[in-house]
Design a protein around this ligand. Sequence first.
Ligand code: PRP
Ligand code: HPA
Ligand code: MG
Length: 180
Amino acid sequence: MMGDVAEILVPSAEIQEKVREMGERITRDYAGERLLLVGVLRGAVVVMGDLMRNIDLPCEIDFMDISSYGSGTSSSGVVRILKDLEEDISGRHVLVVEDIIDTGLTLSYLLRSLRARKPASLEICALLSKPSRRRVELDVKYLGFEVPDEFVVGYGLDYAGAYRNLPDICVLKEEIFAGS
Ligand SMILES: O=P(O)(O)OC[C@H]1O[C@H](OP(=O)(O)OP(=O)(O)O)[C@H](O)[C@@H]1O
Ligand code: HPA
Ligand SMILES: [Mg+2]
């Protein structure tokens, strides 16, 4: 797989350090509360797994599957709920966990849906943000790294379903996208 990688943008060790810092901040900010982490399938599963183990509080997890990208590299702008939460979030402190915020369309749709369910609080934790691509402004309380306008893979992020299990955040070689 590393043979398909043109460049490592964020190496695994830096990701781990950042996730640890975010976990510590979350631990401080939510002290005394019962936190519900909501991961957005499928990209967020890797950061969710690492982040939750760096939060030293009683916390629960739930997942939503929202899809807008299909198998390409650009947003269609069409967002659908493929799987909803199992939990009733009214009165709960909810922290949405994402791998990347690109246009912001996925999260803005998701937040609208979650806000309507009257949580006690609703915040965002995203490992990556691509600010140059943003079409909807979002308030991100916990952000890992800003990345340039390049399609990135690894640490949960895929290209056509693959590369999610790379430990680093990477840019693929041009030839991988050829013909797609
Ligand atoms: O800010 P946006 O432009 O909406 O893009 C960000 C979203 O796109 C990707 O998910 P995708 O819909 O590709 O599904 P996946 O998580 O299953 O890979 C990524 O994981 C974010 O959820
Ligand atoms: O750069 C990206 N990589 C993978 N999935 C994505 N979804 C939005 N942006 C990206
Ligand atoms: Mg996603």
